[in-house]
Design a binder for this molecule. Structure first.
Ligand code: PFF
Length: 442
């Protein structure tokens, strides 16, 4: 069978932005920014996105477009004669399944909040409501609904499924968030939220520079969907005429912009309608967005309408990311094991129903997977992809980088390759060691 490809360049960019823009932007990013000193964190994070994230994204693009394969097939194919690189790609395929197992739990919460927003049934007791729905068999039921939506898109294939869906969802996310932000920042009392979000406090950089660096690096990888092979897989459906450096930069800029925009919704709402952060929201834990914002909806006129818009945006963001997670193992089975897209999608969804239910039923497993495990796997995975690009592909990587790129972008190829060979994997290995150390030292 002929391998599918994107129908248009915009389609590819929107699908990749769709993968990048997700819960990492609307939830994790504003909170980490606020926790780690506002704009001080923003500066460190932006540097890491620019110096590690974008080059990493380009390495994945290069591997994907050169091989036209899923991560496992790509690395095996581009390094003939050695089996071991294929395993590095396979590690990404497994990471994708683990990611989807916890991500779909949160996806289930969002489906539920979206539906409950029409009646506002959770407004009265936000933390009680979250407590009853977050883990257990009801959480599994909504997780199944979220996974079914994800599978439905992936079943449609690259053009009619992923490209068509993200082309509708991405503009909607931006419009919904922009309208909500425009409204939120003009509420009386919103200014305090803005200054909390974007205040400049260098203390976290001085007091705990390593902690901050780890947080910023983890966030940069997660938000750009790096280290799993999503971007390898998406670029594998690409023709030779796209400029990878240009497309990669557009994707990184749009992704950051949506994160900043989400913060402009969350903090003004919390400060204008709740008078600031409560005990719950300050913790920045997984449920805080649901509880904190729900309290604000209760206080505002037409809170149900705002809530529906808010959770619709988050649902689209989560879905456009979860489909990119499922697409990796689906592409692997289709490319390497000759399974049909239909059977691969259905079989893998059934598998994630089981592994995901474990996360939805056991909060301690959920927390470990969503935090520590995913951070470690993404960092290790990206380090592997970079070493592969720099040392195994080498000059061929440069040729792929240049293909379709304009003059200015081409001049960046050589410094990019040097970074990918040396300093970037080193940076990731140090981050990995720090993460392992903090895990083992409890
Ligand atoms: N980038 C997504 C987010 O910010 O929510 C999460 C993600 C998607 C991570 C796909 C990794 C991945 F392969």
């Amino acid at each position: 069978m002929v391998r599918e490809s994107w129908a248009s360049r915009v389609g590819f960019i929107l699908a990749a932005v769709g993968s990048a823009v997700g819960l990492g932007n609307v939830w994790r990013f504003p909170w980490m920014t606020a926790e780690y000193g506002g704009s001080a964190f923003l500066v460190v994070y932006l540097c890491i996105v620019l110096l590690v994230g974008v080059p990493g994204l380009l390495a994945e693009f290069v591997i994907g477009r050169r091989s036209n394969r899923n991560p496992a097939g790509a690395l095996a194919r581009l390094a003939p004669g050695t089996k071991s690189w294929g395993y590095v790609g396979l590690f990404g395929v497994v990471t994708a399944l683990i990611l989807l197992s916890f991500y779909s739990v949160v996806g289930g919460w969002i489906v539920r909040y979206f539906l409950a927003s029409f009646s506002g049934s959770y407004f009265a007791d936000p933390s009680g409501y979250f407590g009853t729905i977050s883990f257990g068999w009801e959480a599994v039921a909504f997780q199944v609904a979220f996974l079914a939506l994800t599978a439905l898109v992936v079943l449609g294939g690259v053009r009619r499924g992923i490209e068509a869906a993200t082309k509708v969802m991405m503009p909607l996310i931006v419009v919904l968030l922009a309208v909500l932000a425009g409204w939120a920042v003009t509420r009386p009392g919103a200014g305090a939220g803005l200054s909390f979000y974007l205040h400049f406090d260098p203390a976290p950089i001085k007091n705990d520079p390593i902690g901050m660096l780890r947080a910023a690096a983890g966030q940069a990888l997660f938000t750009l969907s790096l280290g799993v092979g999503t971007m390898i897989t998406y670029a594998s459906y690409l023709g030779e005429d796209n400029s990878l450096p240009f497309d990669g930069s557009v994707i990184a800029v749009l992704n950051t912009a949506v994160g900043v925009l989400a913060g402009l919704v969350v903090f003004p709402l919390l400060f204008a309608f709740q008078g600031g952060l409560t005990e719950v929201t300050r913790g920045g834990e997984s449920g805080a967005i649901f509880m904190g914002v729900a309290g604000a909806f209760r206080e505002m006129p037409y809170g149900e309408v705002v809530a529906v818009g808010f959770f619709a945006a988050i649902l689209f963001a989560a879905l456009s990311s979860s489909i990119s997670m499922l697409e990796i193992p689906v592409a692997y089975l289709v490319d390497e094991q000759d399974v049909s897209r239909r059977n691969a999608t259905l079989g893998l969804t059934a598998l994630v129903l089981v592994t995901g239910a474990v996360c939805a039923l056991t909060p301690s497993v959920f927390t470990f997977v969503a935090g520590t495990l995913v951070d470690l796997m993404l960092t290790a995975g990206l380090a592997g992809f970079l070493v592969f690009t720099g040392w195994i592909l080498g000059k061929n990587a440069l040729a792929e980088f240049d293909s379709g790129a304009g003059g200015i972008a081409r001049s960046l190829g050589t410094p990019w390759l040097w970074g990918v060979r040396t300093i970037l994997p080193l940076f990731l290995l140090v981050t990995l060691a720090l993460n392992l150390y903090s895990l083992l030292s409890g």
